[in-house]
Structures are given as structure tokens and as C-alpha cells.
Ligand binder design. Structure first.
Ligand SMILES: Cc1cc2nc3c(=O)[nH]c(=O)nc-3n(C[C@H](O)[C@H](O)[C@H](O)COP(=O)(O)OP(=O)(O)OC[C@H]3O[C@@H](n4cnc5c(N)ncnc54)[C@H](O)[C@@H]3O)c2cc1C
Length: 395
């Protein structure tokens, strides 16, 4: 049986990042096993928004560390072929009077305390940045210039290529079927193409993380939840790529919106989606009623979109935990087993930082940020990382 220093299960944007960082930090023999192809899980379905805005302060630090990688991925990976597809257009967030006002104020101050550039804007300043929207009801508007959106598939494949160039072996079309454990320590995996041994296994399986529960009996509190993304076309008010990403805490669905292809508006709700009984990232139906419901919310903020058309749409699936934040680090009870799952719709923006800390943990190095807040045990101890805006991916 071939033996490795570490085995990564799953080559989404998180697993590919872990693999790269393992090699970068000195692991000599690393194997990545991917059932489909690199990035073909939920990463390809991402809206790609990058911000450091969070109401959970621990996430701000992970996002801040990740942002610097996105701004120069080729430099970060020391690979001239790497790219993130970054559009640095900034991030605008507003709240009306009401329950989300003081959490927004607190979150913006929290970012500033971490040295992140955040501005408090007046309505006219906000309109100058996003002239297709109105801000009549806004009681508070925050703006983060160092933010935008990028391409999660491009980032996953860039991490994977850079990992390969550092000697990592990536096998696609190979499914891990079982985890091998001996005397309370992992010792390898059984796959559809034979067994491989290692005393360090990192699972980055996203909505398929429940496999861990089946293999080990350790509770895996993650639920697959389907979300719809719409691309709207409005010739009178194109959403250009110079316009910032927008988060509307005043809308019932806590909408987020960004430019798509330089003219369309990509829009989705930032609240709870449709729970699936089984993990699958197959496309689901988007009803016309739903399109009308989201369209009405959009038109409340962007008047010209009253007459917008639907240019395209797709669904994607989040790996949602009870507090909408990931589980990161070692699992109790089995040595050598490390996980990164439960990104609850906001894992892309954390992927460089998370990949690095999981690799550090796997190699027994000090981690850049403490993984303690993200431990699985928080769900039994009650020390949850629940965001102050309620349940949703802005967390
Ligand atoms: C609609 C949508 C919009 C989003 N928008 C944003 C956003 O704007 N900003 C943001 O930061 N985040 C966003 N996200 C979240 C972000 O895209 C995800 O958190 C991130 O892509 C997850 O990466 P991953 O590697 O954990 O998962 P995946 O890409 O799903 O990778 C997991 C991989 O594991 C493989 N796998 C699973 N089990 C096995 C097994 N037994 N054997 C072998 N392989 C296995 C799968 O095939 C899969 O490729 C969004 C997500 C969706 C769905």
C-alpha cells in the first residue's frame, strides 16, 4: 500500500488550498483524492464575493489574511500561471433603523480595530459609488474598498496546479469509501482505486462531510442547503464591474448583489435556503414565484430593475452548520484526523487562510490564528459562533 505524509479528501477550493499549503510548509509526500474533478463540487457554484466584513470577529482575521492572497495569487503561490480573476470593486453594506443597525455599527468598528480600511458613507457618497440604487432608508452605510469578487474555480485550479508543481499527487475520479483507523489513530483510506496509508488525513468534503460520521461515529453537524442565484438584465441600469458589491441588510432576504459579466446583476438571498435530505450539488428547480419574490426585493432598492429580465440562474448548495460557521481542526477521539467543513456559504473568501491553518495544524506547527473557536466541541459546550445578523452567510 503506497504511503503518504498526508492525505487530503476533496479538491474543492478548500482542499486544494490545504494541499498547496502542506507542500509549501514542507510536507514531502501529499495525496489529494477527489471523487469528481478539481473544483467540481460546490466551489463552481460560488458567487465569489470577497470581503472581510463579518459580525463574528474570528472570521474577520481569517478573511483579512486571505484577501492578500487573492490580490496577487501568482505571487502568493509563486506560480505565474495562477490567477484569482479578482475584480476589486469594494463592498458596500447598509442597514435601516432596526435590529441590524447596531450589529452593523459594531462589525464595522471591529474591522477598523483590526486595521482594515472601512469608511462610513453618507447617502450621496454611496449613490456616487452605486448610482443604480437608492439609499433613502439607510441609517448606516459602510464601505470596504479592499473587497470585490473573484472566481472560485480559477482559484481552486490555481491552488491545485501550484500544489502539483510542488510534488503533490492529485487523483481525480477517485472516491474515498472508508477511513482506516487503528488503535484510535487514522492509518489510511480505502478508495475506489485501492487503499493508501497515512497517519494524517484532512477531510475537506463540504456537503459530503457526513461521511465522517458514517466512518467514525463522530457527530458531523452539517446540513446541505440549496440556494438560488439569479443574473438579472436591465438595459437602463447596467450593474458595471466598477460598482461595488452590495449587501442590503434592509431587505427581507438580506440580499447581496454584484456585477456579473460587467452588465448584469448577480443577486441572491443571504438567508436560510432549502434543506436537502441528501448531499447533492445537482441543479435544482427555481420557481417563477421565487424569481418574482426576489425581483420585487431588488426593485425596492434598484428602481429600474422593476423591468429587469432574467438572463440566467443556477442553484448551489451550502454546507450549513448550526451557527453558520465552519468546523476547523482536529476531531476529538481519533488522532491524525483533521477537518474543514461547514463553510455555510462563505468559505471562498476564507480559503487561502483556512488552507494554511489546516496545513499548519496537520504538520504540528503553530497556526496563524487559533482554531479553538472553530472546534467541533463548541456545539456541545454552547460556545457558538453565531453571527449578529441572525442566520445567514454574512455571519
Ligand atoms: C450558491 C453559492 C454561492 C456562494 N457564494 C459565496 C461567496 O460569494 N463568497 C464566499 O466566500 N463563499 C461563497 N460560497 C461558499 C463557497 O463557494 C464554499 O464555501 C467553498 O467553495 C467550499 O469549498 P470546499 O472545498 O469546502 O467544497 P467543494 O468545492 O464542494 O469541495 C469538496 C470536494 O470534496 C469531494 N469529495 C467529497 N466526498 C468525497 C469522497 N468521499 N471522496 C473523494 N472526494 C470527495 C467533492 O467531490 C468536492 O469536489 C457560495 C456557495 C454557493 C453554493
Amino acid at each position: 500500500m503506497e504511503s503518504f505524509d498526508a492525505i487530503v479528501i476533496g479538491a474543492g477550493v478548500i482542499g486544494s488550498s490545504v494541499a498547496y499549503h502542506l507542500a509549501h510548509l514542507g510536507a514531502k509526500k501529499v495525496l489529494v483524492l477527489e471523487r469528481l474533478q478539481i473544483g467540481a463540487g460546490t466551489s463552481t457554484q460560488s458567487s465569489g464575493i470577497l470581503r472581510t466584513h463579518y459580525s463574528v470577529i474570528e472570521n474577520v482575521e481569517l478573511a483579512r489574511r486571505s484577501w492578500s492572497a487573492f490580490t496577487d495569487l501568482a505571487g502568493y503561490l509563486q506560480d505565474e500561471d495562477a490567477a484569482s480573476g479578482l475584480v476589486k470593486c469594494g463592498y458596500l453594506i447598509c442597514a435601516p433603523d432596526g435590529p441590524r443597525l447596531s450589529p452593523l455599527q459594531e462589525a464595522l468598528r471591529g474591522q477598523q480595530a483590526k486595521g482594515i480600511e472601512v469608511k462610513f458613507l453618507g447617502k450621496e457618497e454611496a449613490r456616487a459609488l452605486l448610482p443604480i440604487a437608492h439609499f433613502d432608508d439607510a441609517a448606516l452605510i459602510g464601505y470596504e474598498p479592499e473587497a470585490g469578487f473573484a472566481d472560485a474555480y480559477l482559484v481552486a485550479s490555481s491552488f491545485a496546479r501550484a500544489a502539483r508543481r510542488r510534488g503533490v499527487k492529485i487523483m481525480e475520479g477517485v472516491s474515498v469509501e472508508w477511513l482506516l483507523v487503528d488503535n484510535g489513530r487514522v492509518c489510511g483510506v480505502e478508495t475506489t482505486q485501492g487503499s493508501f496509508s497515512s497517519d494524517t488525513i484532512i477531510s475537506t468534503q463540504n456537503i459530503w462531510a457526513r461521511d465522517i460520521e458514517r466512518w467514525t461515529g463522530i457527530t458531523t453537524p452539517v446540513v446541505p442547503e440549496r440556494h438560488a442565484v439569479l443574473a438579472l438584465e436591465c438595459a437602463d441600469a447596467p450593474y458595471t464591474s466598477q460598482m461595488p458589491v452590495f449587501k442590503d441588510l434592509g431587505s427581507p432576504g438580506m440580499l447581496y448583489a454584484r456585477s456579473y459579466g460587467g452588465r448584469h446583476m448577480l443577486v441572491s438571498e443571504g438567508t436560510v435556503g432549502e434543506t436537502l435530505s441528501e448531499p447533492t450539488n445537482e441543479q435544482g428547480d427555481i420557481s417563477m414565484d421565487y424569481v418574482v419574490e426576489v425581483g420585487a426585493q431588488v426593485a425596492q432598492r434598484f428602481a429600474a430593475y422593476e423591468n429587469a429580465g432574467l438572463a440566467s440562474s443556477w442553484t448551489g448548495v451550502y454546507d450549513v452548520t448550526p451557527d453558520w460557521n465552519p468546523v476547523l481542526g482536529r476531531l476529538p477521539g481519533i488522532d491524525g484526523l483533521i477537518v474543514g467543513y461547514g463553510f455555510s456559504g462563505h468559505g471562498f473568501k476564507l480559503s487561502p487562510g483556512v488552507g494554511r491553518v489546516l496545513a499548519q495544524e496537520a504538520l504540528g506547527l503553530a497556526t496563524d490564528v487559533s482554531l479553538a473557536p472553530y472546534a467541533l466541541t463548541r456545539f456541545s459546550s454552547g460556545q457558538l459562533l453565531t453571527g449578529k445578523y441572525g442566520l445567514g452567510a454574512v455571519s
